[in-house]
Design a protein around this ligand. Structure first.
Ligand code: ZN
Length: 487
């Protein structure tokens, strides 16, 4: 807070700072040097190599996407336009039990693991090799990565349709240990998905043992987000207590019509459980989900949009109902013929979505799947949709709260060191946006339209997005678990 004549690499002048702590906004300049925030305050006497005029604009910490499937995209689409254009500067990868490592070269990948793997890409046999590749060819965003339990099962077990044996559990546990030593921030599971449906609670606890010594995260796409959502929450919290580690409930929702309204029960249960153990949760701001093409009744009862299909790429963007009618078959038969691929399922209620979003401790995570031309619009629209539609237009919470849910809260919960809040000494991940016009432009018809109202995005001090264009900068870093970063 000085008015001396410092010199900065980059000076953001005249903006309104929302610092990511939920504190009220204030007018200030922000000076950046050597990739770090050097000063915040009245810096009018200072000079800089580069200056950005932020008059009338919000200056906030770069957004952290708490829930992504960007494991391969940060290498194969390393400019990450679908995230950078929203103001996202950090992605948490390795969610829902799926990670890019460890895998064996040439091994067959079951759905949904195959969704993220493009065959042309190299395979990483160790977690350390994956992180090394990211360091060697940096993405435009920072990456914090988790190891996925379904991936461990696929690489370890000959048959996924049963619980793991003691020997397989021991093998998976040593792979988790390797990932922990490399700097993974946690382990994710996806017991909702076929490769892990048969995993028992005990299997997960034993595989995850190496988390305990590091207080690394247990993150889960739970076994059930429908009729048995309460049992799934109980299992999740039980695993967290057995391991004595923080847990993250991924993309919290209650799906299928008969469960609409049940967030009135799940959220108080989560809140009460938070009194006794470390729990956090995230969600995306849409009533439709997206995942692999499934054929079970609960999933295909409502409207289903095909996002991608390997055997029928021409069906991307079309309704399952229309495809089934055209082929003269049932919806289930059409879904089988379209596999493997991904689809968008309209299965939530808007009141539940708003209740979860507004819940004090809920972080924002896109769960975007960076594959194909017709992805769920959350891939390009999640963060501006929360800022524009939910915070500004319908007033679900103040802008300061919206920013906190995508920055400071997320950095705290995931242990992302010196990120998520604007503070001298922190990494200079910054987004400059117009609070009056910021909005998501991606929708189900045109899902890859960049957000509006995002003026500039800075990653570790480098201007990476400005005036609606990518600068080409690839300044993202690999974020290690906190004890590895400070060691
Ligand atoms: Zn998931």
């Amino acid at each position: 807070m000085s008015n001396d004549s410092s010199h900065f690499d980059l000076l953001i002048r005249g903006g309104t700072v929302i610092d990511g702590t939920k504190a009220p906004r204030f007018e200030a300049d922000v000076g950046i040097t050597d990739g770090r925030i050097a000063a915040i305050g009245d810096l009018s006497g200072s000079t800089a190599g580069q200056t950005l005029d932020a008059a009338g604009r919000i200056v906030a910490p770069g957004f952290i996407d708490s829930h992504t499937h960007d494991d391969q995209a940060v290498l194969s689409q390393s400019q990450m336009p679908f995230k950078i254009s929203q103001g996202v500067t950090t992605v948490v990868a390795g969610n829902c039990g799926i990670s890019a490592a460890p895998l064996r070269p040439g091994m067959d990948l079951p759905m949904p693991l195959s969704l993220l793997e493009s065959p042309a890409e190299g395979r990483f046999t160790t977690f350390a090799a994956y992180l090394d590749a990211l360091r060697a060819t940096p993405s435009s965003v920072n990456v914090a990565a988790m190891v996925g339990h379904s991936t461990l099962r696929a690489v370890t077990m000959s048959d996924l349709d049963r619980p793991a044996s003691e020997a397989e559990i021991a093998a998976m546990q040593s792979l988790v240990e390797e990932a922990m030593q490399a700097g993974a921030i946690g382990l994710s599971t996806g017991t909702f998905y076929p490769p892990a449906v048969k995993a028992t609670t005990e299997e997960i606890i034993e595989v995850a043992r190496p988390l305990t010594a590091r207080k690394a995260l247990y993150v889960t796409h739970m076994r059930d987000e429908g009729d048995r959502v309460m049992e799934a929450l109980e299992e999740t919290f039980h695993i967290g207590r057995a391991l004595d580690v923080p847990v993250v409930v991924s993309h919290h929702k209650v799906q299928n019509a008969q469960n609409h309204g049940r967030t009135r029960v799940t959220l108080p249960f989560i809140k009460e459980s938070m009194q006794h153990q470390c729990i956090s949760l995230d969600c995306y701001p849409y009533t439709a989900g997206s995942t692999m093409i499934r054929t079970d009744r609960g999933m295909i009862d409502g409207r289903v949009l095909i996002a991608s299909s390997v055997p029928h790429p021409e069906c991307a963007g079309r309704d399952l109902q229309d495809i089934a009618a055209e082929w003269g078959v049932s919806r289930e038969e059409a879904a089988i013929r379209l596999q493997p691929g991904s689809a968008i399922y309209f299965m939530m209620d808007e009141d539940d979505v708003q209740r979860v979003l507004a819940f004090d401790e809920t972080m924002i995570g896109s769960d975007g799947i960076p594959v194909g031309d017709k992805p769920h619009p959350r891939l390009w629209g999640t963060f501006p949709r929360v800022l524009g539609h939910y915070a500004r237009d319908i007033g679900l919470f103040p802008l300061e709260t919206a920013v906190w849910k995508m920055t400071g809260l997320t950095a705290r919960n995931f242990g992302l060191h010196e990120r998520g809040t604007l503070k001298p000494g922190h990494h200079a991940d910054v987004v400059i946006f117009d609070a009056a016009t910021v909005r998501d432009a991606a929708n189900y018809e045109t899902p890859t339209r960049p957000a509006e109202g995002i003026d500039a995005v800075i990653v570790n001090g480098a201007i990476t997005w400005q005036h609606g264009r990518h600068s080409g900068a690839g300044n993202g870093q690999v974020i290690l678990r906190k004890d590895k970063e400070v060691a």
